[in-house]
Design a protein around this ligand. Structure first.
Ligand code: PRT
Ligand code: ZN
Length: 288
């Protein structure tokens, strides 16, 4: 397939990362339609094709330049030998790869699994982890339904992805060790032409802007003027907060951005400083 300067972005066709990937691309300003059983779609407003693939194939397709960019879980990158560049962690598709054992088992640490069988779909990552920890265990490769392996006596333990933990609980398993944390990641092919590189950099700026916007809220509130220094410390914003006089000279209005994760703590402190009329709105894009 020749691409004629068009960028190809590979996303998971149908699975846990599909919706998040398409939402991100749309938030980055890419206009496209998607239909069921689609294999690829062409953007209306940019020279970009979106390829819909099985997630396992994405690292190799990106390594080989069939796709210039891709979105996959970092767990797959850790597992594959594909030489794709990790450009940006995307803040969705969070999970961890963990070793789990039956709740009532005698295994208390990873060392207890020496000489035992561990079933997994992530043999390379698991073998690396076992070697790093000096544990000699047998790795059994299973492509799916790893969680039933102990009940079927196929293995003594499993190594699988965990997000809510409900699959483990349902199967009466408990986490012994967490091997790694994973999230959706934007990857790029190692060798790109100058023309494509420019477009990739534009897309990267947009992806970063979407992520920053999600991580921040726009906040506005009224405050006694004498508390201005507290406000500057609480909501420093990019450079400093915007401060405006109100009709009442003893009061000011403060506008700024605040990190989502500090949001409630900041609101409580604003109240303590005598702040009122606190208005908060989402930010669509945020370029620093
Ligand atoms: O068809 P294709 O090969 O594309 O899809 P797939 O079935 O291989 O992948 P999919 O859609 O299941 O997962 C795609 C990616 O989502 C993974 O590579 C991870 O990066 C990410 N992800 C996030 C997860 C999970 N959370 C997750 N919980 N992938 C799988 N799981 C499975 C896990 O294997 C276990 O069976 O969900 C179960 C555990 O979930 P909880 O919520 O019960 O803990
Ligand atoms: Zn897969």
């Amino acid at each position: 397939m020749k691409s004629n300067g068009t960028i190809r972005i590979a996303v998971q066709r149908s699975g846990r990362l599909s919706e998040g990937s398409l939402n991100l691309l749309k938030s980055m300003g890419l206009q496209f339609e998607t239909y069921q059983n689609r294999l690829f779609t062409r953007c209306r407003n940019m020279p970009i094709d979106i390829l819909f693939l099985r997630d396992d194939d994405i690292p190799e397709y990106v390594q080989d330049g069939v796709a210039d960019l891709g979105i996959v879980g970092s767990n797959l990158l850790d597992e594959s030998n594909a030489k794709a560049k990790r450009l940006l962690s995307l803040d969705f598709g969070f999970c961890s790869l963990a070793i789990a054992v039956p709740e009532q088992s005698e295994f208390k640490t990873i060392v207890d699994l020496a000489g035992k069988k561990i079933a997994t779909s992530y043999p390379q990552t698991l073998k690396r982890y076992l070697a790093e920890n000096g544990v000699d265990a047998e790795v059994i490769l299973l492509k799916g339904c790893v969680e039933v392996a102990p009940a079927l006596e196929v293995a003594d333990a499993i190594c699988d992805l965990v997000s809510t933990g409900s699959t483990l609980r349902t199967n009466r398993l408990t986490v012994l060790e967490t091997i790694s944390k994973s999230q959706a990641t934007l990857i790029a092919t190692p060798n790109v032409s100058g023309e494509k590189q420019q477009l990739i950099e534009r897309l990267l700026l947009r992806a970063g802007g979407v992520q920053e916007a999600r991580a921040f809220k726009y906040i506005m509130f009224n405050l006694p003027e004498k508390k201005l220094e507290d406000a500057k410390a609480l909501v420093p914003g990019c450079d400093s907060p915007t401060v405006m006089p109100l009709a009442d000279p003893a009061m000011i209005a403060v506008h700024s951005v605040v990190e989502e994760e500090r949001f409630w703590e900041v609101v409580e402190k604003i109240k303590e400083c005598g702040g009122s009329g606190i208005l908060v709105s989402p930010i669509e894009k945020f370029i620093r």
